[in-house]
Design a protein around this ligand. Structure first.
Ligand SMILES: [Zn+2]
Length: 143
């Protein structure tokens, strides 16, 4: 249930309260009971909707917190150079091998590793996690 549905349930409940005020309780007991049943249902719907909305808001807050921490981490630890991002050295400059751009999108900051399995003349840089191959050279950070 979304916010608009919850609000319309509350609006329906308020309309029923208005109708209840106009009923002559002495003479229209059946109608009174019917309106109270309708009021109870409308309020239950509204409550259910609000509980769901509160849960969604808590999940969104948690996601905002996670993304804020991720942005803060990137801002203080990573430096862009060319097509890659690198861990910053003490001077704040790009250093060493880049991190895997594919895994970075998943929130993982993994430095590429050398794959020496094809011999000394065919060393390539690969991601230790997703195994993406970034080729032979030219990816080490330039001073
Ligand atoms: Zn990767």
């Amino acid at each position: 249930m979304d916010l608009a549905t919850s609000l319309s349930a509350v609006t329906a409940a308020l309309a029923l309260v208005k109708e209840l005020k106009q009923i002559d309780a002495q003479f229209d007991k059946a109608e009174l009971k019917l309106k109270i049943a309708g009021l109870t249902e409308a309020l239950s719907d509204a409550k259910l909707g609000l509980v769901e909305i509160a849960q969604e808001m808590a999940e969104k807050d948690a996601e905002i917190r996670r993304l804020s921490e991720l942005l803060a981490y990137k801002a203080s630890n990573l430096v862009e150079q060319g097509a890659f991002r690198y861990f910053a050295n003490e001077a704040g400059e790009a250093s060493g091998v880049p991190i895997c751009p594919v895994c970075e999108k998943k929130g993982l900051f993994l430095k590429l590793a050398q794959d020496r399995s094809k011999g000394a003349g065919a060393v390539t840089y690969v991601c230790p996690s997703c195994k993406a191959n970034y080729g032979y050279s030219g990816i080490i950070a330039k001073p």
